[in-house]
Design a protein around this ligand. Structure first.
Ligand SMILES: Nc1nc2c(c(=O)[nH]1)N[C@H]1C(S)=C(S)[C@@H](COP(=O)(O)OP(=O)(O)OC[C@H]3O[C@@H](n4cnc5c(=O)[nH]c(N)nc54)[C@H](O)[C@@H]3O)O[C@H]1N2
Ligand SMILES: Nc1nc2c(c(=O)[nH]1)N[C@H]1C(S)=C(S)[C@@H](COP(=O)(O)OP(=O)(O)OC[C@H]3O[C@@H](n4cnc5c(=O)[nH]c(N)nc54)[C@H](O)[C@@H]3O)O[C@H]1N2
Ligand code: SF4
Ligand SMILES: [Mo]
Length: 724
């Protein structure tokens, strides 16, 4: 039996459509479909990233049965026992310490929007708290809150296809060739159509190589550059005065602050010549339609929200809103992180960005869900270690963590502290498709079906709702995420009896005006719908670009200017830790790697312990060469990785990809947070590098570490040949 199943790729936010080709119940290949964003193309993860469904057990193992920790060991149990035990423990903790002693996450990956809707409803209506958050916190949360301030809406203003018709692209702290290869393709198309490209990145990325202007900025200096560009635009009279007058507020105050940032001053902070800053500012301001695309090089800093507001201000200053192929593009990372936010897996809003502190909105949800809801914003997940380990007030402590489709034991900063927090919690639930580092600390494991094994809707980076579909039967005693959460809810005395994802979607739509018009039928028929889509009739086809005619989502319809003082990163180079470390991405592997690390083609391309990118100058100074194992340490931890000498980085600055479990860079990173968004500064900390003289020992150490991890994950390493 052969079939072709149309679905959406489960990796990055590009939202590529593909066919899973199934023969006799097994996927044999993936082929590109003619999707809105991908136009019959896929990157290597789209082509080869489905193999994890075959459970080849390279890095870790598929979960196949619920488990409960008994006498210190995780043991297989039946679903009834796992659900009733989870419900009983959560109920006990809620009664003893109160609703706010429990926190839960949403999942930005394969589970889909419906499961996120059910999870936030469970946390709010059943647990009674707004303590629900997800990986957007460690990712684009500064874009969401910065743009909500500036424009009234936190999403990409333009859609992915529009990128290729922009006349100028300002690519800021974003490396699409590795993170969103199919978005990178649009950038190349824009270049071919004559667009100018300006890249701001401390590394010579692939985009930098095709750029008209590359500003190889000193890490951690973004705000100084953004404000110096504004300074030039204002001083040289390149501003769009009519737009400012009709569509913005706060210009006079902004102008005063910007006066303190002449390019000569920024030069000393950013290490970019003042004249190059002038050139970049002029090109940006003079372009007919300019779009700013940004990523983690903006958001993973202690001063991220200010930079987001600064970038939005540049676009306001030059009137780059109101039409297609312009505006702001925080290109959301995960396949469904836009969806996690849309569904309200955030501590301050219900689905559809509706404020939990607004009485009228809260009453609407109270009526629909038949419960009283908390009036107070919840805790962001990056504060879990703080609320578990360091909170003095016993009444405020977090006691239980329901972790749904995230791996904070690998992806959060300062893992030593995170591991201590996971150990100190009274109750940890892990609901995942794979065993992972967090799972090792769980009291209960709830195994879910994966992408490819269930139905749903995801939202890609440009607000596009698209279907994910079931192609194969799950192997193991698994349930879809939404069903698992519904069962726990029912066992806690709040029955949830959804029959399918459509029923959940329809409930969600009925409560979310922004999404009300995006029915399953419409998504199916059109292939995808970009929100806002408010009307159910086929006449409302959704929205390609936001802020049409310069009308912003604030009550007064105006965009708000913002400028402030630049701050240096929280931890900078010192005598003992003389190098900076930034953590970035690997093209063939994805986030914590439970999925790509278990795809044979992808792990053949690259495997543990990963690399540290260093300048040729630093390699020479430390007398290390390509492939050598090297010790990397920060104030918080130490790890071993391989040396990758490269001309693409400057002396003194180093870069590790964050996908690796042996060479785990989050053992080193700093938990310093942006004060507004609570996003960690994953892009900057201070390290030292030590050459390892005994390379034979080091190779053996890496092999054994990998083997130990695989053993911990439950792989029978006697049977499974060791791969390095
Ligand atoms: N292959 C692959 N693709 C992925 C992922 C993956 O793990 N693997 N993850 C997905 C996720 S979750 C996300 S959020 C996206 C992220 O996608 P990107 O935002 O592209 O991710 P990064 O590589 O972390 O960082 C982007 C760039 O920021 C630069 N940078 C570092 N410091 C600074 C600075 O001070 N200023 C400036 N201007 N730039 C700086 C880095 O050199 C890097 O090139 O990718 C998604 N796509
Ligand atoms: N140092 C450093 N750290 C970083 C970053 C960085 O740049 N540098 N980037 C940060 C960013 S931007 C992000 S978004 C995070 C990502 O970090 P995470 O969200 O922790 O990582 P993921 O690999 O996306 O997936 C998390 C888990 O979801 C599981 N999963 C996948 N599909 C499903 C499903 O359908 N159901 C269930 N229940 N589980 C599923 C996977 O097996 C995995 O265990 O990492 C952050 N950490
Ligand atoms: S660009 Fe992203 S969505 Fe497209 S195939 Fe690659 S990983 Fe999948
Ligand atoms: Mo992300």
């Amino acid at each position: 039996m052969k079939k072709k199943v149309l679905t959406t790729c489960p990796y990055c936010g590009s939202g590529c459509q593909l066919y899973l080709n199934v023969e006799d119940g097994k996927i044999v290949s993936a082929t590109p479909a003619d999707g809105r964003t991908n136009q019959e193309t896929l990157c290597l993860k789209g082509h080869y990233g489905w193999d994890y469904l075959n459970d080849p057990q390279i890095l870790t193992k598929r979960l196949t049965k619920p488990q409960i920790r008994k006498n210190g060991k995780l043991e297989d149990v039946e679903w009834d026992e796992a659900i009733s035990y989870t419900a009983q423990r959560l109920s006990e903790i809620k009664t003893k310490y109160g609703s706010d002693s429990i926190i839960g996450t949403g999942c930005a990956r394969g589970s889909g929007n419906e499961a996120n809707y059910v999870m936030q409803k469970f946390m709010r209506a059943v647990i009674g708290t707004n303590n629900v958050d997800h990986c957007a916190r460690v990712c684009h949360a500064p874009s969401v809150s910065g743009l909500a301030y500036s424009l009234g809406s936190g999403a990409m203003s333009l859609s992915i296809p529009e990128i290729e018709d922009a006349k100028l692209l300002l690519i800021f702290g974003y490396n699409p060739a590795e993170s969103h290869p199919i978005v990178a393709r649009r950038i190349i198309k824009a270049k071919q159509k004559g667009a100018k490209i300006i890249v701001v990145d401390p590394r010579i990325t692939e985009s930098a190589r095709i750029a008209d202007l590359h500003l190889q900025i000193k890490g951690g200096s973004n705000l100084a550059l953004v404000q110096a560009m504004a300074n030039v635009i204002i001083l040289e009279g390149l501003v769009d005065h009519p737009f400012i007058e009709d569509h913005t507020s706060g210009y006079e105050e902004y102008k005063k602050q910007i006066e303190k940032y002449p390019p000569e001053y920024a030069q000393s902070i950013c290490h970019i010549p003042a004249d190059t800053i002038r050139q970049a500012a002029r090109q940006y301001a003079k372009a007919d339609s300019a779009a700013i695309l940004w990523g983690m090089g903006v958001t993973q800093f202690g001063q991220a929200v200010d930079v987001v507001k600064g970038l939005a201000s540049l676009a306001l200053l030059t009137g780059n809103f109101g039409g297609p192929s312009m505006g702001v593009g925080p290109v959301r990372g995960q396949n469904n992180v836009q969806g996690g936010c849309d569904m309200g897996a955030l501590p301050n809003c219900y689905p559809g960005y509706q404020d939990v502190t607004d009485d009228i909105i809260r009453e609407k949800f109270e009526k629909a869900w038949g419960v009283r809801l908390s009036k107070k914003n919840g805790i962001p997940l990056t504060q879990v270690p703080q609320y578990v380990l360091h909170e003095k007030d016993e009444k405020k402590k977090i006691r239980a963590y329901y972790i749904f489709g995230e791996d904070p034991g690998q992806s959060d900063p300062d893992l030593n502290d995170m591991r201590k927090a996971l150990d100190a919690l009274e109750f940890v639930v892990v609901q995942d498709i794979y065993m992972n580092k967090t799972g090792l600390k769980a009291d209960v494991i709830l195994p879910a079906t994966a992408w490819g094994e269930h139905e749903g809707v995801c939202t890609c980076a440009d607000r596009g709702f698209q279907r994910i579909r079931k192609a194969v039967e799950p192997k193991g005693d698994l349930k879809p995420d939404w069903e698992i959460i519904s069962l726990v809810s029912t066992a806690m005395g709040y029955p949830m009896s959804y029959k399918n994802t459509k029923e959940i979607w329809d409930e969600m739509r009925s409560l979310s005006p922004l999404f009300f018009g995006a029915t399953y039928e419409k998504i199916e028929k059109m292939g995808g719908v970009l929100w806002p889509c408010k009307d159910e009739s086929m006449a409302d086809k959704g929205t390609m670009y936001l802020h049409k005619d310069g009308v912003f989502a604030h009550l007064d319809g105006k965009g708000k200017f913002f400028a402030t003082e630049w701050r240096a990163p929280g931890e900078i180079e010192s005598k003992e830790y003389p190098f900076s470390l930034s953590t970035v991405r690997e093209v063939g592997h994805y986030s914590v790697r439970t999925m790509t690390g278990n795809c044979r083609t992808l792990s053949n391309l690259e495997d543990e312990p990963g690399w540290i990118q260093m300048s040729l100058f630093d390699c020479e100074k430390l007398k290390v060469k390509e492939g050598d194992l090297i010790r990397v340490s920060s104030k918080r931890g130490t790890t071993i990785t391989r040396v990758k000498p490269t001309e693409r980085v400057k002396a003194g600055a180093t870069y590790m990809t964050y996908q690796w479990w042996v060479g785990a860079c989050n053992d080193l990173t700093v938990p310093y947070l942006d004060p507004v968004s609570n996003t960690p500064e994953s892009k900057y900390c201070a390290i030292k590098l030590e050459k390892i003289d005994d390379q034979v020992w080091a190779e053996k150490y890496i092999r054994e570490s990998y083997q130990n991890i695989r053993r911990d994950m439950g792989i029978d390493i006697v049977e499974k040949e060791y791969r390095l």
